[in-house]
Design a protein around this ligand. Structure first.
Ligand code: MN
Length: 130
């Protein structure tokens, strides 16, 4: 069975695009539009992977990943940052904060789902993945 992926993003167009691409590749998606909702949805839905914007209302993505890592039942879930930050050093800051990976915005629609799937165990990768 393909993975359930939580997408935390406050920009509606980006949220819809990321979920559309993941669903088109066979993944189930759940959505949250601010950081606090992202934390609560992660606890309630137990996703297999989280894709998280950094600049979010209520609490930011750094707080989201920290709170997820504090939960024993979620501590092993891969969490990917998706962010427009492009300055030297941001990647190190993101990885140091507990994220497993980093995808730069704007996302590349033709490769986004595969970039995400690379962080899933093979057993949870969709057979639809191109
Ligand atoms: Mn944002």
């Amino acid at each position: 069975m393909a993975a359930k992926i939580l997408v935390v993003e406050d920009n509606s167009a980006n949220l819809e695009l990321m979920c559309y691409l993941l669903k088109a590749h066979g993944y189930e998606t759940v959505e949250a539009r601010d950081g606090q909702a992202g934390i609560e949805t992660a606890m309630g839905e137990r996703p297999d992977l989280v894709v998280c914007d950094l600049q979010l209302p209520v609490v930011d993505g750094f707080t989201v990943v920290r709170r997820i890592r504090e939960r024993p039942e979620l501590s092993a879930v891969p969490v990917l940052a998706v962010t427009a930050f492009a300055m030297v050093g941001d990647r190190e800051k993101v990885m140091g904060a507990g994220f497993d990976g980093y995808i730069a915005k704007p996302i590349a629609p033709e490769s986004f789902a595969d970039q995400v799937a690379a962080f899933l165990p093979a057993s949870l990768r969709s057979e639809l993945a191109s």
